[in-house]
Design a protein around this ligand. Sequence first.
Ligand SMILES: [Zn+2]
Length: 111
Amino acid sequence: MSQPFLLADEGQLMCPLCSGTYVHIDDVYVAGRPREDGPVVPVHVNAGGRIATEEGVDLPMTDYGRRHVISLGGVCELCGGRFALEFKQHKGQTLVTIRKPVWTEVDAPAG
Ligand SMILES: [Zn+2]
């Protein structure tokens, strides 16, 4: 599995959805692991400096491996798409994955 590196000629980050160069990285997500194979500690920091941990953090990654995963959340001005650039530690190497949000069905609240 190989994915293109997302840098334009002058070093601008390219949108993984449309290849446009007007993208913003606004969020950092960390699936932290104080120890290998231990419980995941979710952390989210937004561009405003707000930090959230544990409950209420909706991590974009679903596979944490045995160590930690760091993901940068972005949005594209051209196509409006949201994406995440994910870096997962795996056996001494860093695996890079690009993700986009997936809409899921929710149950209506009781009432
Ligand atoms: Zn785009």
